[in-house]
Design a protein around this ligand. Structure first.
Ligand code: HEM
Length: 502
């Protein structure tokens, strides 16, 4: 009798629990249905057009990021839905230059959204790029800008030239003779190594020569960094980004530091050792009042002062974080441009011929091929670089910004976006707008050079058309969060291309 009662009690409780969970699931379903109705009809962004599933979630955005064609998806969305597209329940994309300027200009009432906190390997070590707090960022950015100023970058140019010459020599090394083809190479991977070597040299004073064939335990680092960037990029646009951010300081960072490939662990040790060594050298020079022979980016980072307060620029931890960040921010972007540059040149031999003529008309000696008035006179070279950055901008998507309290007025429209939503203007979409760039998918450096000797129908280019193109050209973005490495990247690209052609 007692045991029957016991079994009954068990049945009763399990039945009770079952019913509670079913009710809970049903309520959850109602919650989801309620939230879907809210997102589609009553949400502040509900009036904007966009893909159906994007009204409720970040899944379409994530799916296209995962497939690796997010920029093309955004372009298609703008073709279908017009200049404003709702790309997820909390995000809008704007496809006009006026909108871009109002979102990214220095005074715009926006900040980097929480998603940027995915980038740092360690959530306690936030670099300038991932810094979300506007006041902290303003100070870091002032210091960084003074450290990679025009003067600092110019004094780093000899190191860039050494690497460019070595790379050009390696490119020719496997050719069998004059006029013969060299063996085929994967330029995308090789460009990663080339730019990584330059940045390590400039930031840490040592190069690992990953671009040179032969055994090298750090060879896979550029590729691993690219994989890490790709992975983080996927998380940023995923529907589970908030869970990820919550877990990061609660053990996820530690787990990842254990799971990371040996090459990355070696790289981190390399960064720590090289920095410690360089900092020691700089301190010695400071104590002895002597001038170091090597004045690269690290030299300027070490001596950087806050231009506003005149005080010490970086704490030791910040110096490490930003030197490490510059290697990644500078390498992953510029190397993609080199890969694209090679692609377009190989497919457009007439462009190479015109470039050769220009380089030989301006230089007679390889030693003169460096930045300065002669290189600036090479307008076709600059046009090729612009056209490559237009067609394949490394940061091709809409680089999200969060509208802050008081809202954000979007230029060229009547729209005021309330606080708390992500907005952005995809660079790839702007760069492929036929209004500003006729035949946008054709590689045509000539579009950047005024040629009024012929009519536009015969291939001439008016001043207005060049001005229109320039006003919609933002590979480095703009404003306080725009790229501070523009001068360095431009020198790397133009000097390397000119020396290679020579
Ligand atoms: C062709 C090459 C490059 C392109 C197209 C490029 C483009 C960009 C863009 C679009 C941003 C804004 C990213 C965002 O808001 O999420 C950015 C930020 C940044 N870039 Fe570059 N970049 C290039 C090369 C470099 C180089 C060589 C360096 C330095 C060595 C560098 C350092 C940075 C830093 C530190 C930031 C963050 C700035 C901040 O948040 O205040 N970049 N870059």
């Amino acid at each position: 009798m007692f045991s029957i009662l016991k079994i009954d009690a068990v049945y009763f409780y399990s039945d009770f629990l079952y019913n509670i969970s079913i009710t809970f699931l049903q309520l959850q379903q109602y919650k989801y249905i309620g939230s879907a109705i809210y997102c589609a009809f009553f949400h502040p962004l509900s009036k904007y057009p966009g893909p159906f599933l994007a009204k409720f979630s970040a899944w379409p955005s994530f799916y296209n990021t995962y497939k690796g064609n997010r920029h093309v998806w955004l372009w298609q969305c703008h073709e279908i839905y017009g200049p404003i597209v709702r790309t997820s329940h909390e995000s809008l994309s704007f496809g006009t230059p006026e909108a871009l300027r109002s979102i990214y200009e220095t005074r715009a009432n926006v900040g980097k959204p929480r998603q940027y906190a995915v980038w740092p390997r360690d959530s306690t070590a936030v670099n300038t790029f991932a810094c979300i707090d506007k006041i902290k960022h303003a100070r870091r950015r002032r210091v960084l800008t003074s450290a990679i100023s025009e003067r600092a970058v110019r004094s780093s140019e000899p190191y860039v030239i050494q690497h460019a010459d070595r790379w050009a020599a390696e490119l020719l090394a496997s050719s069998t003779g004059e006029g013969e083809w060299s063996e085929s190479r994967n330029v995308s991977e090789w460009a990663d190594c080339f730019v990584f070597d330059i940045l390590c040299d400039l930031c840490f004073g040592r190069s690992y020569e990953t671009k040179v064939p032969g055994p090298n335990k750090l060879r896979s680092v550029p590729e691993n960094i690219a994989t890490f960037m790709e992975f983080s990029y996927n998380i940023i646009y995923s529907p589970f980004v908030d869970v990820w951010l919550w877990m990061k300081p609660k053990g996820l960072d530690k787990l990842f530091s254990k799971l990371m490939p040996q090459a990355i662990k070696d790289y981190i040790r390399f960064v720590e050792d090289s920095l410690a060594e360089r900092v020691k050298q700089e301190k010695r020079h400071e104590e002895n009042n002597t001038e170091p022979t090597r004045k690269d980016m690290l030299h300027y980072l070490f001596h950087a002062k806050d231009p506003e307060t005149g005080g010490q620029g970086y704490t030791p931890a910040e110096l490490y974080e930003d030197a490490d960040m510059l290697t990644v921010a500078g390498a992953d972007t510029t190397s993609g441009v080199f890969a694209a540059l090679f692609f377009y040149l190989i497919h457009n031999p007439e462009v190479v011929q015109r470039l050769e003529k220009e380089i030989y008309a301006n230089f007679t000696n390889i030693d003169d091929v460096k930045s300065g008035p002669q290189l600036s006179a090479c307008t076709y070279l600059r046009a090729i670089i612009n056209e490559t950055l237009r067609m394949s901008p490394p940061d091709a998507d809409e680089l999200p910004r969060e509208s802050l309290s008081g809202g954000l007025r979007i230029g060229g429209t009547e729209e005021i976006i309330p606080a708390g939503f992500n907005v952005g203007s995809p660079i790839y979409v702007l760069h492929h707008d036929p209004e500003m760039f006729p035949q946008p998918f054709v590689f045509r450096p000539e579009r950047w050079i005024v040629d009024e000797s012929r009519s536009e129908r015969d291939g001439g280019i008016s001043i207005e058309s060049v001005q229109r193109a320039e006003a919609a050209f933002y590979p480095f973005l703009m404003g306080i969060r725009g790229c501070p490495g523009k001068t360095l990247a431009t020198i790397e690209l133009s000097v390397t291309l000119a020396r290679m052609v020579f």
